[in-house]
Design a protein around this ligand. Sequence first.
Ligand code: HSE
Length: 329
Amino acid sequence: MKLHKESDISCSSAAESYLIEKMNEIKIFSPATVANVSCGFDVMGFCLDSVGDEMVVRKVETKGIKITNIEGFDLPYEAKKNVAGVSALAMYDALDLDFGFEIEIYKKIKPGSGIGSSAASAVGSVFGMNELLNRPFNKTQLTGFAMKGEALASKCEHADNLAPAIFGGFALVKSVSPLQILEIPSPEDLYATIIHPQIEVKTSESRGLLPKEVALQDAITQWANFGSLIHGLHTSDYEVIQNALHDVIVEPHRSKLIPHFKEVKETAIQAGALGSGISGSGPSIFSLCKGIESAEKVKEAIEAIYSKTGIEYDMHVSKINTEGIKIIQ
Ligand code: HSE
């Protein structure tokens, strides 16, 4: 387990640094993520590799941040109203630069899907700028800038999608103020199956449903499960992970927003998933599985029931992405 500190600046070789200094434009894959992971509301998330946005970040002579192209979904071009723009401005304002950046967003993750659409936009811009500047900031600092963008979308500063998108794998947000992130190991054979029913659930509204207080007995159950999940991930003990994937605090309230949630969850578990729950604030539902065959079997079982509901949906099977956000060009 590793606590990232300010001194933990990503290193690049001299040759890499030279190349980055000469580069004016990069293309990035900004991954989708699953937040909460059942028992870790607001503090835990993991990174996917089969779904994510692409973004281009370009260094330009004109000062400031400008969004020059958005494809895939209808989102604001004004930087102050766009998640990627807000996080970029937070980072830009912390620097004193005599040039600016342009951002292009090729959005593949539907906003309001529950697999970290706003987080992917928020981290993409700051990651890209940081690379073009030869990495003045570490990953925790980038997460901090991205939180400003995430707050625009969800009306609160949480980092449980941002941290896994930036660090890869499973990430635990120990604290947001000061921001402390712990990287948690991913067992080799762990896969996720995601169903995304094509309805929109706004994170801000789905947070509004949650009670302000919880019963002590529920809190005890939840932190016992969460501690067990962390232990299971560290020791690659799939049985411990399986027994930990329960949420007695948030899921009972939010599951009402997701059509056929109970049926999907039961089907996934019967088909062999270790556990299943709401991905972030929904409507996506994730299942964690041991091995790709199991993840594909769970996908088929869920499809068999969801294809009869008349609700359009997407499905993804993904290994846990331990690399996180990356340059693709
Ligand atoms: N932890 C956040 C929530 C994640 O559940 O509201 C939102 O994707």
